[in-house]
Each structure stands twice: as C-alpha cells, then as structure tokens.
Design a protein around this ligand. Structure first.
Ligand code: C2E
Ligand code: MG
Ligand code: MG
Length: 652
C-alpha cells in the first residue's frame, strides 16, 4: 500500500468534525458549571475523538511515506497516542450514558472504580508496549504489525459497548423520547462503524462515526437549547424537571435549594435591558459557584428570578452549601457597568424525598407565589416547607373540585330576633376531597387567594348561591336575601359587576336578593382597583355586609361612612363578653352600631345564654350553632320547608 492507495478521507473528516465540536465546546464553556460530571465526561470523549484521527493520520502518513526510519520516534509515539486516546472512547461513552440516565449517581465508589479497571489495564498495556510489543510493533520494513494482545482488547471494547447498550436501554424511561432516539442512534452508528471496519478494513470509517457521535451528543445533550436558559446559560425549567424525574425514577435522595430573588425583576426597569441581563447572569453564575468540596451539584435557572440547586451529598454538606448561598445573598452584587446592589431573597432547603416527595410539588415549590416577606434574605423554616406540601395538595384538590363541579356550597340560616323567624342565611363553601377528606374553608380560602383561584371560586359560590336564592323555597321560607362571602382577592377582577350581574341574570334574580359579605382588610382601603370594584358593585345595586367585625382591620369610621348595610359581629367578641370587661365593650359596640342604623348580625351563638345576652343588647339577627349548623342544599331546603309553619327555632 502506498500513500495514494490509503484513503485518508474518513480520518481527516473525523478529525475536522471533532475539532469543530471541541472548538465550539471550549468557546461556549460558560455553562460548564451545570452537570459538571457530565460535562467532564463529555470533554474526555471529545478529546478522544479529536486526537485519535489526528494521531492515526500522522503515524500512517509517516509509515507510508517511504523513509519512516527518519521519523520513527514520531511514528511510534503517535501510534501509541492513538491507542491511549482511542481506547478511552468506549468506557467514557458508557459513563456518559450513565450520567444521562442518572445511574452514575447511584453507583458506589467501588463499583465506579471497578468499571474503569479494564480501561486502566488497557492503558497500562499500551504504555508498556515498547517493552512487550504485545499490541503492535514495526517489522524490519518498518511496517505496522498487530501483536497477540489485540484480541483481548477487542473483547474489552465489546464489554464496554454491551454495558453501554444496557445503559442506553435503561435511559429510555427517563429521557424525553427525541433525546433517547438520538442516544440510540449514537450507539447504532458507532457499532456500525466498528462492524464495517472489521469486515472491510480499507473503509476506515470507525473514527468518523465516533466523531459524529460526539457531535450528536453535543447537540442533543450538551447544547440542547430547549434545556438551557439563554439568559443565564444554566439549565432551565425543562432541564430541571428532567433531572427531577430522573432522580425520582432512581429513588435518589438529594437536597433542593430553592432561591427566589424577590426584587430582581424590578431592576429591569431601573438598569435597562443590557445591564439587567448582565446582572441576572452574574447573580446566577455567582450563586451556582460552590466552594464546598466534593459535592455533586446541578444548578438551574428556573425562572428569571428563581434559581434551584440540586445537591447530591450528605445533609451536612447541603447545609454548608446553603449557608454559602445565604452568605452570598447577604453580600452585595456589583452591577455590570458600575454600582452595587443588595437583593432580597427567600431561600428554601428541601430534603427530597424526606420532606417533599411528589415531583409536581417540588416543581410547585419553585413557582409558588410567595406571601410577603420581611426585607432582606429569608431562609424558610421546616414548618413552612411542610406547610407548603399540604397547601399544594389542597390547591390541587380545590382545582379538581372546581373543575368537576364538586365544590359544595352549604347554608346556615340566620334568625331574626324581632320577627322570631329565619330571615336570611349565609352561603359557606365546603371542600370534601376523596384523598384529603374535609378541608375547612379557613384552610382553602387563603390558599385560593394566594394562588389566584379566588375569582373562579367566587364565581362558583355565587352561582350556587343564586341557584338557591332563585329556588322557590327560599322565598316561601320567608328569607329576604342570602349572604355570600366575597374575598378582597376577588375584587380587583376586571368588570366584576358585569360578571356578577351575568351570573344573577342566569337565574333571573336581582342584586337585592344577595348580601355581599366582606371582611375589611388593609387592601380594601388601599387598593384603587378594589375600591373601584366595590363602587361599581354598589352602583349595580349590590349591598354589603361587613364580616368579622371585631377582628383585624375593621374600623368604625368606614362602618359609619355608609358603605355597609349589615354588620356581623365576630364570635370572638361574644366569647370575651363572657368576662365582665368584654360584656361592657360588646354592649357599647351594639349601642354605637344601633345608632348608625345598621342591621346587626351576631355570629357564633351557641347557647341560650349567649342568645339572651345579645338580645338584651338589641341585636337584630343571630347566626350560630344554637339554631343550626351550615348544611348541604338539600338539608337546607328541607329545613326551610319544615320551619315555614312554625316559629319555634329548630335546634340541631
Ligand atoms: P365567616 O364568613 O365569618 O363564616 C362564619 C363561620 O363561622 C363559618 O365557618 C361557620 O361555620 C362558623 N360558625 C357559624 N356558627 C358558629 C357557631 O355557633 N360556633 C362556631 N364555632 N362557629 C360557627 P366556616 O364555614 O368554617 O368558614 C370560615 C370562613 O371561611 C368564613 O368565615 C369565611 O370568611 C370563609 N369562607 C367560607 N366560605 C367562603 C366562600 O365561599 N368565599 C369566601 N370568600 N370565603 C368563605
Ligand atoms: Mg361570612
Ligand atoms: Mg364572620
């Protein structure tokens, strides 16, 4: 064979392709902090597939030149180098596959080392080849000749590829379908390359298929734009959910550090696009850099303002890492282009699966809207994290109930002291879930408020209340109107009055058949949107009752300003009235309210004594377990029918 007979085409193409991948990888190395191990393995593969064809080309070229003896050392060394680099490809491709499907994390150190023993033996054999000539030697004509040890070498390569195929098949469940098919393609191609070269040695295609494999890995796994955030270069939400799934399937224990940068987005307007982007990036990179040694970690920018770290190591190490994050957050961040700022942040450290096991809940923790936090950097306590899991479950149950029309609206009658009969009732929602059982409104209403479900829930309850109000029994039972609770979180909704009227129109009733109960909070007076909605509703003919007077923010000045028709005195006032001082206070509240002409409703009357007490104060109407508990619509209907003919209260 002379140089012309030998086809360098594939070898050179393999080198150029691999070189391109290597250059690209080095140039875009900013994402190397994510999935460090996977990145490192990929780099070994890249080095292998780049150097192998280069060495092969040089040594073969010299050999075929004719005066090989002049360059014998170069020829021999490049041939050795070829063996060193080429035999790294298979074992590292296997390890890379195992890092894609996450199995590498579950492996004991010892097994990881054992896996590499055949590879190390090969490398030792290669490096000592000048002594034993077992792998190759150059004969008298300086022609390359294979030694006797080549066969075991093939078997070892075979062993690695067999292992790799098993791992590739195991990846099927954890990788998205497209990505898995890329991996399958890589294996098929590499094996085809080996087979072709085995049977048709002059078609030197093996190195080329290996380079191609590296390129596919680069595009499908290393530079998969779907999974990388263009802003920070870290993995994004998709990459995060993929890794969470991999961990769940492998039953892995790990720690999630969730970081929300509460005011980061505010800087977009202040700094302008370019500087803001640079700030986001430098914060993300700063937080994902770790000084904790030997801690396997993944960093993700889940959202512009939320980051996540997945830590695979002891809880003690995770704690150290968390403290490092807190320390960095408490420091200041220099703004590209000058200046420095301090950020506000909330950090949660969650041990999976000990604290939260459900994948959806873990994802939810990161997109969960947060209640207001004090200034600065806050670390969430264990209780808050456990509370979150419950809240997330309640949210899911609530959404399900709303969707499947299974949220219930019960009714509790209200007794009129003057007329000695029931003249109204309050609608109260009930969530009874298959899994969670009965969830009290005191739990699910705040969750609905926090997670943007209040508009939907409010409409639902209003609809059921209107249905009841429109049914004949309510009128025949002598009820003038029904009370329905309205949360301040429903109020900023657009065209609220129109929406409410549309619901009423469905049942052909007017707004005078309802009384909207609202608990006064800071929001009502402060938010222009809420005020606007309230006045629109009032213009549309709705009347309001102030709920829970005596707790929270309710104040007398707004009471007397004529915004309310009814006032409901909270049960806590009644309870404290059982003491002398409280009794005096309740009496004066009643006197004052009566003077203002509002209708009073005493909440939470449970005993005859309590009833007599508030009757004595001149209370107009009374609601409480003494008369009836809230009941499902059917029972309420029956209750009204029974009470129509009698004026003696039903005790339950
Ligand atoms: P609320 O509007 O003050 O409703 C009165 C609460 O007192 C009801 O609790 C009722 O079951 C309870 N109650 C009535 N009589 C007695 C009594 O004699 N003793 C005692 N201990 N309690 C009595 P519930 O149904 O658990 O609702 C709690 C709160 O959840 C409600 O307080 C209201 O603020 C909110 N809520 C309930 N349903 C809805 C709804 O559909 N929409 C909105 N926005 N809030 C709702
Ligand atoms: Mg109420
Ligand atoms: Mg109340």
């Amino acid at each position: 064979m002379n140089p012309v007979e030998y086809d360098y085409g594939f070898t050179l193409a393999a080198f150029m392709l691999a070189l391109l991948c290597a250059l690209f990888t080095v140039h875009h190395s900013e994402t190397d902090i994510v999935r460090r191990r996977q990145r490192a393995l990929f780099r070994v593969i890249l080095a292998s597939v780049t150097l192998t064809p280069l060495f092969s080309f040089i040594s073969t070229y010299i050999e075929l030149l004719g005066d090989a003896h002049r360059f014998f050392t170069v020829m021999y060394l490049t041939q050795l180098g070829l063996f060193v680099t080429h035999h790294a490809a298979a074992p590292f491709f296997v390890l890379y596959t195992m890092s894609l499907n996450g199995h590498i994390r579950g492996l004991k150190r010892l097994i990881q080392i054992a896996l590499l023993i055949p590879f190390v033996l090969i490398e030792l054999a290669v490096l000592t080849n000048p002594i034993h000539h077992g792998l190759f030697y150059y004969n008298g004509d300086l022609r390359y000749t294979r030694g006797d040890w080549m066969l075991p070498l093939y078997f070892i390569a075979l062993f690695y590829y067999a292992l790799g195929i098993v791992q590739m098949l195991r990846s099927r469940k954890v990788l998205r379908h497209v990505r898995w098919s890329y991996l399958l393609f890589c294996y098929l191609m590499v094996l085809a390359g080996i087979a072709i070269q085995l049977f048709y040695p002059h078609i030197r295609v093996e190195y080329f298929t290996e380079s191609l494999m590296a390129m596919i890995l680069m595009v499908a796994f290393e530079r998969d734009m779907h999974t990388i955030s263009p802003l920070t270069g870290l993995f994004n939400r998709i990459g995060f959910s993929e890794d969470i799934r991999i961990n769940e399937l492998a039953g892995r224990h790990y720690t999630l550090i969730a970081i929300r940068l509460r005011d980061l987005k505010d800087y977009a307007r202040i700094l302008g696009e370019t500087r803001y982007r640079a700030l986001v990036k430098s914060v993300a990179l700063g937080l994902s850099q770790s000084r904790v040694s030997n801690l396997d970690e993944g960093a993700y920018s889940y959202d512009e303002d939320s980051l996540a770290l997945l830590l695979y190591g002891s809880e003690a190490k995770a704690e150290k890492r968390r403290d490092e994050v807190l320390e960095k957050l408490r420091g200041s961040w220099s703004i590209p282009g000058g200046g420095a700022i301090q950020l506000q942040a909330t950090v949660a450290e969650i041990h999976v699966p000990k604290q939260i096991s459900d994948r959806k809940l873990i994802m939810g923790r990161l997109s969960d809207p947060e209640p207001l936090r004090p200034e600065g950097v806050t670390l969430l306590g264990t209780e808050e994290i456990e509370h979150f899991e419950r809240a997330q479950k309640v949210e899911i149950a609530l959404r399900r109930a709303l969707q499947e029309d299974r949220l219930q609206v019960w009714f509790q009658p209200i007794w009129n002291v003057h007329e000695q009969r029931f003249t109204s009732a309050e609608a109260l929602s009930r969530l009874i879930d298959d899994e969670l059982g009965s969830v009290p409104p005191s739990e699910f209403i705040p969750i609905a408020e926090q997670r943007g479900l209040m508009g939907q829930l409010g409409d639902f309850v209003l609809d059921k209340t209107c249905a009841m109000a429109a049914s004949g029994v309510v009128g025949e039972g002598g009820l003038a109107y029904l009370h329905v609770n309205v949360s301040p979180y429903q109020l900023p909704g657009e065209n609220l009055a129109e929406r409410f009227n549309a619901i009423l129109a469905r049942y052909g009733i007017g707004p005078e058949r309802l009384r909207l109960e609202i608990t006064e909070t800071m929001d009502i007076d402060n938010s222009a949107l809420v005020r606007q909605s309230v006045s629109q509703l009032r213009e549309a003919g709705f009347q309001f009752a102030m709920d829970d007077f005596g707790t929270g923010f309710s104040n007398l000045s707004s009471l007397l300003s004529g915004r309310f028709a009814d006032i409901k005195l909270d049960r806590s006032l009644l309870l404290s009235a059982e003491r002398d001082h409280g009794r005096q206070m309740l009496r004066s509240i009643y006197e004052m309210v009566r003077a203002s002409g509002l209708i009073t409703v005493q909440e939470g009357v449970e005993t005859e004594e309590q009833l007599h007490l508030v009757e004595g104060f001149g209370c107009d109407t009374v609601q409480g377990f003494y008369f009836a508990r809230p009941m499902p619509p059917e029972d309420f209907t029956a209750f009204l029918q029974e009470n129509r003919t009698t004026d003696v209260p039903m005790k339950t």
